[in-house]
Design a binder for this molecule. Structure first.
Ligand SMILES: Cc1cc2nc3c(=O)[nH]c(=O)nc-3n(C[C@H](O)[C@H](O)[C@H](O)COP(=O)(O)OP(=O)(O)OC[C@H]3O[C@@H](n4cnc5c(N)ncnc54)[C@H](O)[C@@H]3O)c2cc1C
Length: 434
């Protein structure tokens, strides 16, 4: 057996997140090896829209972005959000355009600029923690490499082998989504080519997007892993044609990936885990007395011991009809309305409760958990289920719990948090943060 190579840090993955960590570590004088399962530059399905802060981060750490790491159009002005009721919200990025990254090349460029040693075509296989160091094995079928590292940083994406090494059942425990996009020939497309277009439409899927890339129009959808993408995609194409006069030819290329984020912000999404929009409540909830159902509001009130429920619901429905919540002011602010359901009028935060059966669930305020990945602290240090820190192990990007909880707030949010926490992990490992 070959002697393991001694290094300070192993980073698993060669993404932008990995590059951010690698840069900080190398700057601090740490011998750093990034392992990438594919040969670089590897293909990465991504729209490549980055937040203004993320853009500044890239410039500050890796220098000006060369043309070859960008798609055409080379920049994006902002995002247009569309709602089923016809409302359109155009949001320009604060501080001007941001680059339209070609993730295949931007990630390759950044990891090279980090000056870390990169071992590509080298898949992370296992890690054993010995307290003072971690033994890591990587391989590609023909060759196996062994490393002895002081630290390991997992930046290997949503389906993380680093995480499953520590938590063998993690993959079964989270909800998986598929994210697919097709690049179509353009016959006629009136959507502004300088913007990323995003539909919050329950009828189309959890989220649907479209934008121009290299002369092709992308149309993509996020949906539950076992759903029928072809039917969803055909529906989205029909909708874009009917609603926005977008006429597209055949699909030329397709990209997809599985992810542990996915739900649209709207669609009356009530329960954090397990029950997705429009899914029936589990029978076990009724049996356990957590959920109740009745044909009338009065009967429901009796079941749950709230005799005044029918009067309260009557009053609520009156306020929903008038569009003004005299009790709690729901829907008074733009913030509320943004997160409401625009298909509900006159107030997107007040949908009348009219259609039986009626349901009641006891709601107890609690903490929001992670989106799926390993729980990490403010220094990106991985923690055990009891909250104690696992020394020397950091997690960032989609292999870490999402900083936004169980939501995917929109384009730019995930690359941004990957970069941020990778940088923090590296700074902490280098002793520059405490
Ligand atoms: C279609 C689509 C569009 C998107 N558009 C946007 C957008 O516009 N803006 C945005 O901010 N986000 C977007 N995202 C999300 C974004 O791409 C990811 O959230 C982000 O890339 C996550 O970064 P990461 O570093 O965690 O993982 P990744 O970028 O997935 O990188 C993980 C790396 O680890 C490597 N790897 C995996 N397993 C191993 C292993 N065992 N050994 C060695 N290497 C391994 C992978 O090959 C990969 O290179 C999009 C995603 C999809 C699918």
């Amino acid at each position: 057996m070959t002697k393991p190579r001694a290094v300070d840090v192993i980073i698993v993955g060669a993404s932008l997140s990995a590059a951010a960590a690698a840069k900080r570590l190398v700057d601090a004088g740490y011998e750093t090896v990034a392992l990438e399962r594919f040969s670089l530059p590897r293909t990465k399905p991504c729209s490549g829209i980055i937040s203004p802060r993320g853009h500044r981060f890239l410039i500050e750490n890796f220098g000006p972005l060369p043309g070859e790491v960008l798609h055409e159009p080379a920049s994006c002005k902002g995002v247009t959000f569309y709602f089923p009721g016809g409302i359109e919200l155009l949001m320009e990025f604060d501080g001007g355009k941001t680059p339209h990254l070609n993730r295949t090349y931007s990630d390759y460029w950044a990891i090279k600029r980090s000056r870390a040693t990169v071992h590509d075509n080298m898949r992370f296989l296992s890690a054993v923690d010995h307290g003072s160091h971690v033994d890591v094995v990587a391989g590609n079928g023909q060759e196996e490499k062994r490393y002895r590292a002081r630290y390991v940083i997992g930046a290997d994406g949503p389906n993380s082998k680093v995480v499953s090494t520590l938590y063998s059942r993690y993959r079964d425990r989270i909800k998986w989504f598929t994210v697919k996009q097709h690049l179509h020939e353009i016959i006629d497309c009136p959507l502004d080519p300088e913007f990323f277009h995003y539909w919050f439409h329950p009828g189309l899927g959890y989220y649907t997007w479209s934008h121009l890339r290299n002369g092709r129009q992308i149309v993509g959808e996020g949906y539950e892993a076992d759903d029928d993408f072809s039917a969803r995609h055909a529906k989205a194409l029909r909708y874009l044609e009917e609603r926005h006069n977008v006429k597209l030819g055949p699909c030329i290329t397709r990209e997809s990936s599985v992810n542990n984020f996915g739900l649209s912000l709207i669609n009356r999404y009530v329960f954090g885990t397990g029950v997705m929009p429009r899914m029936p409540l589990p029978k076990a909830w009724y049996k356990a007395g957590l959920a109740h159902r009745a044909a009338t509001v009065a009967a429901l009130g009796e079941q749950v011991g709230l005799p005044g429920l029918a009067t309260a619901v009557e009053r609520f429905n009156l306020m929903a009809a008038q569009g003004h919540d005299d009790d709690f002011g729901r829907g008074n602010s733009m913030y509320d309305r943004y997160y409401g359901d625009p298909a509900v009028t006159p107030n997107p935060n007040l949908a009348p409760l009219l259609k039986p059966p009626f349901y009641a669930v006891k709601v107890i305020p609690g903490d929001l958990g992670t989106c799926g990945g390993i729980r990490a602290d403010e220094f990106a240090r991985a923690t055990r289920p009891d909250g104690s820190v696992i020394d020397g192990l950091y997690a960032t990007g989609n292999c870490a719990g999402n900083a936004f909880g169980s939501y995917y707030p929109g384009p730019g949010a995930t690359i941004g948090q990957g970069l941020t926490f990778a940088y923090i992990a590296a700074a902490h490992a280098a002793g520059k943060l405490s």
